[in-house]
Design a protein around this ligand. Sequence first.
Ligand code: PLP
Ligand code: COI
Length: 353
Amino acid sequence: MKIRKTICSRIKNINFNNISFGKYYSDHMFISKFNNGRWKDSIIKPFEKILLSPISLVFHYGQAVFEGMKAYKDKKNKVFLFRPEENFKRINKSAIRLEMPAIPENIFMNGLKKLVDIDRNWIPKSYGKSLYIRPFLIATSGILSAKPSKDYIFIIISTPVDSYYNHPLKVKIEENYSRSVKGGVGFAKAAGNYASSFYPTKIANNEGFDQILWTDSSTHTKIEELGTMNVFFLLKDKLITPKANDSILRGITCNSILTLAREEKIIVEERDLNVLEVIEGIKKGDLKEAFGCGTAAVIIFFQSISYKGNNYYLPDLSKPERLSLRLKKKLLDIQHNLSKDIFGWRVLLKKNI
Ligand code: PLP
Ligand code: COI
């Protein structure tokens, strides 16, 4: 891998007290190219624009997949990645579904580790803050016919981030639009899934909601995801999340929460969850908590759920003993090296690797 470092870091211009999501990008980027059936030209270089033909397939047919992951600092400035091998597996699962070449593990991992090592000063130190890392793979062949590209580029960029949301969410149960369909690409982190969610999300935003609670595309009766997050409901003493299927992007955060909850002996259910079960749960006072989870947002709880034009409010959110707050702290403590890593989720990033 070639390395060309910047001669003029931009870090001095960054106000780390005001790092809303994606506001600043770190000094460097990693790039690897796929041509003639082989990966080549891996390089770390200063973050800059890339030059692509206007007929690159990605612009016309959306052959693009991505990942979202984070690097954290502990009090002694040690740097950790959180479960990076899970992102590696998922980007290739996504790539295969979009008929793209799998990225070799050494290219993904070496590129990732070297990049984060070089830009380690960009990782904020405070609890809850981190460096959000965005690996992505795009189709670059200039062919206008609708068929898979022969050429691709894999890029990794990163951005220092604070929490994605700073207030509990007002969510709307979506009954008209769908994020994904059975047999579709919902389980993949395909760029097009996000593009198609923008319009319904905009409608929900205009109606005063923060996010959409997606339901299954055929009946709109079963809960699937929350915006770009997985979702959990604490009904009586049971923590329920919709069972993974091909229209749900199963998150690494969701899997980690399931593990942490099981370790606490909380009853966990991964199953179909009917909208009416949730609404009845709120009416009867059985729904204790509801929250979304994902790499960017970590855990964010709901303030209200809207269904068929009625707003249902959840119980008082401020109680410190809330399960969601406890799980969030457990997760962040592991990520920031404040507690024992009994599941082997942290990956220490050595200096000058
Ligand atoms: N679902 C969707 C649609 C997402 O975009 C994300 C975010 O990556 C998630 C769920 C949560 O996944 P993870 O916890 O791996 O970030
Ligand atoms: C993440 O949580 O990592 C996401 O991918 C959310 C992102 C689409 C903003």
